[in-house]
Write a new protein. Structure first.
Length: 258
């Protein structure tokens, strides 16, 4: 087997090595192609299917897999069709979006798709505030979800929920209006709020570099190699208080300024 080749069994082993277990609620940012060449895989469709199968083999019937199917539709002055607007987050989220039984949240900017027993609980009746009370991120946190990233660092969109909850001074709520097309094909006008930074202050933009370094240093991040890539994972119940405590000492550690 070549240096950057790996197998289905390697995927399962890597996911277990970072702490995934039966019944877990898992959110993943992914770049599958960077792992290298998956043995016996003949297409992008097959690549995604083998990763989906590996996740669900571990999570089992009591677990749930969630992927980001963000579109930023209203941010871009575009119509959002919950049934048909594709994810802008790569091949794996789009594969899960189209997978039978997948449930998509009704957020025109930050939708997610879920497979598993907690899918409906995590995706139904989203509030206007994408990162606020009763948002997907809060529900995910309350269930002690795990963030498991494939070829990304410890950073994740969940961090913006923490920032919102703690009312960091460098971000604020901004409403975006647009046309929403629902599951029945009916359209309506809606507004969703994104927790944004001021574009005129690029120093306030997000950076996960120090977060990743500190999570490694303090042992709240588990990682495993897969092919030429890497999988990292951490519990939200560990991550939230760690970020909260770090922000008290280093208020800008999640921005470009520090």
């Amino acid at each position: 087997m070549g240096k950057w080749h790996y197998t289905y069994s390697d995927i399962v082993h890597a996911l277990k090595s970072v702490g995934l277990e039966h019944g877990d609620i898992v959110f993943t940012h992914s770049n599958l192609g960077f792992c290298g060449i998956l043995e016996t895989c003949s297409s992008a469709h097959d690549l995604c299917e083998q990763f989906r199968r590996a996740f669900m083999e571990i999570l089992g019937g009591e677990g749930t897999l969630i992927v980001p199917t963000f579109t930023y539709s209203f941010c871009r002055n575009e119509i959002f069709d919950i049934r048909n607007t594709p994810s802008g987050m790569g091949i794996f989220p789009e594969y899960i979006r189209r997978y039978p039984g997948s449930l998509r949240s009704d957020d025109a900017n930050f939708s997610v798709c879920a497979l598993g027993v907690k899918g409906a609980e995590l995706t139904s009746h989203m509030p206007q505030m994408s990162f606020g009370t009763d948002s997907f991120w809060e529900r995910f946190y309350m269930l002690n979800g795990k963030v498991c990233n494939i070829n990304f660092d410890a950073g994740s969109t969940f961090i913006h929920y923490i920032e919102k909850s703690l009312a960091v001074p460098y971000r604020y709520d901004k409403g975006f209006d647009g046309t929403f097309i629902d599951h029945q094909g009916l359209s309506s006008s809606r507004r969703y709020y994104h927790f944004v930074y001021d574009l005129d202050k690029p120093q306030d933009s997000y950076s996960s570099i120090r977060l990743h370094e500190l999570c490694q240093e303090h042992g709240i991040l588990r990682s495993s190699n897969l092919g030429k890539g890497r999988i990292v994972c951490q519990s939200t119940h560990n991550l939230y208080p760690f970020v909260e405590d770090t922000l008290k000492a280093r208020p800008r550690f999640l921005t470009q300024l520090e």
